[in-house]
Every structure is written in structure tokens, then in C-alpha cells.
Design a protein around this ligand. Structure first.
Ligand SMILES: *[C@@H]1O[C@H](CO)[C@@H](O)[C@H](O)[C@H]1NC(C)=O
Ligand SMILES: *[C@@H]1O[C@H](CO)[C@@H](O)[C@H](O)[C@H]1NC(C)=O
Ligand SMILES: *[C@@H]1O[C@H](CO)[C@@H](O)[C@H](O)[C@H]1NC(C)=O
Length: 267
């Protein structure tokens, strides 16, 4: 009798645990927190092509050296995504030191903090009045020895460019934060959790911006005055999507939620 009662109870408990795990994946791995909403419905504007069936030949011919593109369905990173839930990352890496950068164009300062302290104290929606050089951001400077057990589960986009070596940069950033305009070599950036809006200009079109002001400030103060022909390419990418940016394209980002993301730079 006692066994007959206990077994269904255990089953029910297990189902509850399972349901909770599943809903965590669906609602953003326990990370989701929307940011201070931009005045305009920024996530509705998209001028970057989305491709779900791109071959390597098409990628090289139409995008690799010419323009950005959003790639869908190239790799399955569901295992990596599950390992990147808030609970899982805190359990595995909570006491590891992470190196934080300032969220301005030139990232002057670096600060080392335990990962758990970053997540619990700094990963809140960004104050719209703050400056990029006063905002600490976890992106890049990853210790690949300590985090190897996580990164070995990531499948990068399977497109390589001749003469380049891929290098990962992993990050988690608060809603409303983002790095203002800057440029570097070509690469991919994949969203694991959350949404991120991208603004992009070709190398010859240097945008007008202040290197210490946030993307949110630029969006509010500068963007509305741009003539249609001066507007950047832009789009919001969602979990599972990958943005490709070609060599030396200017780009600025705005995290619309708490975002977990990983870039593959083709250096
Ligand atoms: C951030 O930049 C602003 C303006 O560029 C400057 O006035 C301020 O001192 C900087 N903050 C820090 C912590 O350096
Ligand atoms: C940006 O902030 C840094 C320090 O955080 C400061 O040294 C630099 O002068 C600032 N740049 C501008 C253009 O204000
Ligand atoms: C990475 O972590 C390992 C193990 O904790 C440590 O020995 C090493 O110095 C770290 N590397 C860097 C570049 O911080």
C-alpha cells in the first residue's frame, strides 16, 4: 500500500521537475529579462537577409566578402544551450573568475570577478543613462582551459574562410546593454538565449557615434535623424540564429533581453 502510494508521488515529482526544465528552455534558460524598451519597436526592423538553406558555395559567392546574412538551422546546439541555462552555468562555473570589459568601443578597462557575482550583481537591465565605459560586460577573454567542458559542446557554423583560424568569444550581457560601433575581422555570432539587435555599416561608411556612449543612447539620439539612405543595415536575431559579419564591417549591438551568445571570429 505504502509503495503503491509512493511510486505515483515520485513519478509526479519527476514530471514536475521535467516540466520545469522544459519550460526553462522555452522561456530563456532562466535568463530572460527584458530591457528598458527602446522608444521604437526596434525588433520589427530587419534589412538583413535570412537564409535557412544556404550552401557553402552560395555563402562564399553572395555574402562572405560582400554583406551580412542571418543563418538559420545550420547546426543543432540544443545540448550546448541546455548547458548554458542560468542554473547550469552557475552550478558549474559560479566560483570561476571571469574577465569583464567595459562596453565602449575601445574597451579600456578589464575587471576580474567571480562569475556568480557578475550574474547576481551586474547582470541587470541597463540603466539607460549609464555610459558604455562605466558598464561591465562579460564577452571574450574566456579561459578555454577552465571552460573546455562547456565549449566542446558548441558546434560553430560549418563555413570556413581560407587562411583564417576560428576563435570563440563567449558572453552574457544584460538587457539594454550592447557594444557601440566598432569593427574587426569577419565572423559569426550565435544567440543561445535572448534577442540581440544588430546595426551594421559597410567599411567605407563610418557611422557617427561617441565611443563611450551606449548603443541605446545612439539609437535614441542619433538614429531618428538619419536620412533613409544613411540608415544602417539592421535586424534582431533570436536564439538559434547566427549573424555573419564580413571583414571590417562596422557594427553595434543592443541586447533586448539578458543574452547568452557566442561568436566565432575568423582571424
Ligand atoms: C566615461 O566617459 C566619459 C565621457 O567620455 C568620461 O567623462 C568619464 O570620466 C568616463 N568614465 C570613466 C570611469 O572613465
Ligand atoms: C572614454 O572613456 C575613457 C575611460 O573610460 C577615457 O579615457 C576616454 O578619454 C573617453 N573617451 C572619450 C572620447 O571621451
Ligand atoms: C585559465 O585557468 C587555468 C586554471 O584555473 C589557469 O591556470 C590559467 O592561468 C588561466 N589562464 C588565463 C589566461 O587566465
Amino acid at each position: 500500500m505504502a509503495v503503491g502510494v509512493r511510486l505515483p508521488m515520485l513519478l509526479e515529482l519527476w514530471l514536475l521537475v521535467l516540466a520545469r526544465l522544459c519550460s526553462e528552455a522555452a522561456d530563456g534558460g532562466g535568463w530572460r529579462q527584458a530591457g528598458p524598451g527602446p522608444d521604437v519597436a526596434v525588433e520589427e526592423r530587419c534589412t538583413v537577409e535570412r537564409r535557412s538553406d544556404l550552401t557553402y558555395a552560395e555563402f562564399v559567392q553572395h555574402y562572405a566578402f560582400l554583406r551580412p546574412v542571418i543563418l538559420q538551422g545550420l547546426t543543432d546546439n540544443s545540448r550546448f544551450r541546455a548547458l548554458c541555462s542560468r542554473e547550469s552555468l552557475l552550478a558549474t562555473f559560479g566560483d570561476h573568475l571571469v574577465r569583464l570589459s567595459t562596453a565602449n568601443t575601445y574597451s579600456y578597462q578589464k575587471v576580474d570577478l567571480p562569475f556568480q557575482q557578475y550574474v547576481e550583481q551586474l547582470l541587470h537591465p541597463q540603466d539607460p543613462a549609464s555610459l558604455g565605459n562605466d558598464t561591465l560586460y562579460f564577452f571574450g577573454d574566456n579561459n578555454f582551459t577552465e571552460w573546455a567542458s562547456l565549449f566542446k559542446h558548441y558546434s560553430p557554423p560549418p563555413f570556413h574562410l581560407l587562411g583564417t583560424t576560428p576563435a570563440y568569444s563567449f558572453g552574457i550581457a544584460g538587457a539594454g546593454s550592447g557594444v557601440p560601433f566598432h569593427w574587426h575581422g569577419p565572423g559569426f555570432s550565435e544567440m543561445i538565449y535572448g534577442r540581440k539587435h544588430w546595426f551594421l555599416y559597410p567599411p567605407e561608411k563610418t557611422p557617427e557615434f561617441h565611443p563611450n556612449k551606449t548603443t541605446l543612447t545612439w539609437l535614441r539620439d542619433t538614429y531618428p535623424a538619419l536620412a533613409p539612405s544613411e540608415r544602417p543595415l539592421e535586424c534582431t536575431i533570436q536564439a538559434g540564429e547566427v549573424l555573419y559579419f564580413p571583414d571590417r564591417w562596422w557594427h553595434a549591438t543592443l541586447n533586448l533581453d539578458t543574452s547568452v551568445f557566442i561568436s566565432t571570429f575568423l582571424g
